[in-house]
Design a protein around this ligand. Structure first.
Ligand code: ADP
Ligand code: MG
Length: 344
């Protein structure tokens, strides 16, 4: 009798599981770009291996183009050529380059310089740039010298896409927005091919469209900050989003510690010339597109939780989760009101 009952229970469990439609097939691959991993997932793509290979080549060519425009590492990228060009001479930039630098300058203005795309000399000085990996506290003289070569207000971009610096040696660094823009280009490429349900990411920049393989919004996990970050890191929160981008900036993946054990990370506060020092360990932003999410997460990281929360609550297009490091090593979560609504 007991055995029959157990079998009956088992049958009910199986039949209710069968009521869920099976997940749709996913075409997915990963590759390398901008010093990071990128991922593409397409739901129910119906692509044969040759077509998938063709699409992969197309996406990689788009990413190579973004690199030819905005990379600090390629010596003849558009950005590197602008950085070598003399001051006070208008330099014609491509449409994409103009869009991304216009966005970066707008973010600099609205954040009153917390975001600043001209900090290359300071980023190199602290050992996080393409020119130097010497990670130590610089001398006050070296700091002052590097700081004097920065400042977003020395850049002007005309309606016609002419970019001009009025300070010799001023260099543009789009490192805080280029990955997000790359993700936008990936999604635009997939949409142009008619794919409606997609996921594209470069490192911590993600953008999703339509639905996941289960036919619902995409569930994206936000991991807890950790100095030994791994793929299977415990989650801080989960958001269900569609047709949105998500970006995370933090101080726990690229940093060094000085002799006193103090942490110095790769995001610089333009106002001090030094790595951001406050209690925010990580910040995650949800915004309509990758470039906006990427730029905002870096900006909010510089602003910190008090100023940053005011800034994000004033923007109706975006939401943020601040993850605060507490004295005992645990974390406290501070969601903006729009972010809290997405996790419910
Ligand atoms: P990640 O590179 O880890 O994705 P971010 O998107 O936050 O992180 O961008 C960090 C990069 O942005 C740095 O490596 C540097 O090139 C640049 N950067 C650092 N500080 C600032 C700042 N205050 N404003 C704009 N860009 C910055
Ligand atoms: Mg960023």
């Amino acid at each position: 009798m007991k055995i029959v009952l157990a079998a009956a229970v088992l049958l009910t469990a199986v039949s209710s599981a069968q009521q869920l439609p099976p997940p749709l097939p996913v075409t997915a691959w990963q590759g390398r770009t901008m010093g990071s991993d990128y991922t593409v997932k397409i739901v129910d793509a119906k692509l044969d291996p040759a077509a998938t290979e063709g699409l992969k080549r197309e996406i990689e060519e788009v990413l190579a183009e973004v690199n030819r425009q905005m990379s600090n590492y390629l010596t003849d990228s558009e950005l590197s050529r602008f950085n070598r060009a003399p001051a006070n001479q208008p330099f014609k930039v491509s449409g994409d380059f103009a869009r991304v630098s216009r966005f970066a300058l707008e973010l600099s203005r609205t954040s009153q310089g917390a975001f600043d795309p001209t900090l290359g000399p300071l980023i190199n000085l602290w050992g996080f740039g393409e020119q130097s990996r010497k990670q130590e506290i610089p001398s006050p003289a070296a700091l002052a010298e590097a700081k004097a070569k920065t400042g977003w207000s020395h850049l002007t971009l005309s309606e016609e896409g002419m970019l001009t610096k009025d300070l010799p040696g001023l260099a543009l660094d789009l490192g805080a927005v280029a990955k997000g823009f790359g993700v936008d280009r990936m999604i635009a490429t997939l949409q142009a091919r008619g794919f409606k349900n997609c996921y594209a990411s470069i490192a911590g920049e993600v953008r999703v469209t339509g639905k996941n393989p289960r036919g619902t919004k995409w569930n994206l996990g936000i991991s807890l900050p950790s100095d030994n970050w791994r793929e299977d890191q415990p989650m801080a929160a989960q958001v269900a989003i569609s047709d949105r981008a998500l970006s995370t900036s933090g101080d726990y993946q690229k940093f060094f510690r000085d002799a006193s054990g103090r942490r110095h990370c790769h995001i610089i506060d333009a106002r001090t010339g030094s790595p951001v020092q406050h209690d925010v360990a990580g910040i995650t932003v949800v915004a309509p597109d990758g470039m906006t999410a990427d730029g905002l997460s870096t900006t909010l990281f510089v602003l910190g939780s008090v100023e940053g929360m005011k800034y994000i609550e004033a923007r109706t297009d975006a939401a943020a989760l601040f993850i605060i490091r507490q004295n005992d090593g645990t974390f406290r979560q501070l969601p903006s009101s729009r972010f809290a609504a997405m996790t419910r």
